[in-house]
Design a binder for this molecule. Sequence first.
Ligand code: UDP
Ligand code: MG
Length: 322
Amino acid sequence: MVLPCYNEEEVLPETSRRLSEKIRGMISDGTIAENSRILFVDDGSRDTTWQLISALCKDDPLFQGVRLAANRGHQNALLAGLMVASGICDMAISMDADLQDDIGVIDAMVEKYTAGADIVYGVRSDRKTDSFFKRTTARSFYKLMHGMGAETVYDHADFRLMSQRALKALAQYGEVNLFLRGIVPMLGFETQIVEYSRAKRFAGESKYPLRKMLSFALEGITSLSVKPIRMITGLGFGIFMVSIVVLIYSLVRYFTGHTIPGWTTTVLSVWAIGGLMMISLGVIGEYIGKIYLESKARPRYLIEEYLGDDTEVDLIDRKGMS
Ligand code: UDP
Ligand code: MG
C-alpha cells in the first residue's frame, strides 16, 4: 500500500489502525504475501506527520516510511512511493491517507490482480458524498479533459492497483510533469475496474483547495494533449476568414460611397482580437514553460529519509534512465 501524506497528523493514527487491521486480515487469509507493507510518503509536511510515521515504523514492521525533502505535491509524492515500492513488491495499491477510498474493495482489487490484471482502477460508483460544488467542478474537469483530447478514466482518482510490471513501465516515463491519471491508461496492459463509493474525509481538511484543483486540471490537459494549440490555429484561421469577409464588405461600402466613421466596430475588434491574441499567447506560453521545465530534467522528488527493511530500494528518481 502506498499512501501520500501532507499534513495528515489528524488522520494518520486512525488510518494506520484501520489499514493494518485490513492488511493483517488479508495476510492471515493468505490472499497477500506475509511481508506485505504499508508505505507512507511524507510529502514535506509541516506538522507532526513524519514523527507519527517514524513512530509507526519503529513499533511495527508492517509500516514503512519515505520522507520527501520538500513538498512536491500529491502526484510526485505518490510517484516517489510507487517507485520505491516498484523495486520490492509484486503489486502496489495507491490510495489517499484520509481513507476516503474504501479499503473494503482492496480484496476485489487483489482478486482481479490474481486473475491476471496488471492495473485495477478504483472507480467511484456515485458522488453522493461530494458537495454540489466539487461534484460540478469534477464533472466539468472530466468533460474538459475529454474535450481537450486527454483520455482519463472517468471518476477514477488515484486509488488503483498496479503490478510490478506496470510500475516498471511507468518508471520509463521520464517526464517531469507526470500526470499519473493520464499516463497510467497509456501503459496498456490488462486493465480492470472495481467500483466503490467514496466516503467523506473523517478528519482534517482537504489539501486540495480550488486553486490547486484548477492548476491540476491545467497540468493534466497541457501534459497530455496539444489540442489547445491546435484550437488556437483553428481560431486564427476562423478570424482570418472573417476578416476577408469584412474586407470585401468595407470595399463594397467604400465604392458605393457609404463610408461611415465606424468607430465602435474598430474599437470593438481591436479589443476582441487583442484579447484572443493574449489568450493564444498564454496557451503557447504554457507549453513553452513545459518545454523549459522538461529540458531542465529536474528530479521530481528527493527522498530525505527512508524507514524500511529493504536494503535494495532505489531512492533516486531515475526518470527512465535505469
Ligand atoms: N497530498 C500530498 N501532497 C499535497 C497535497 C495532498 O501528498 O501537496 C495528499 C494528502 O495527504 C492525501 C491525498 O494527497 O493523502 C489527497 O488529498 P486530499 O484528501 O486533501 O484531497 P481531496 O480528497 O480533498 O481531493
Ligand atoms: Mg481526500
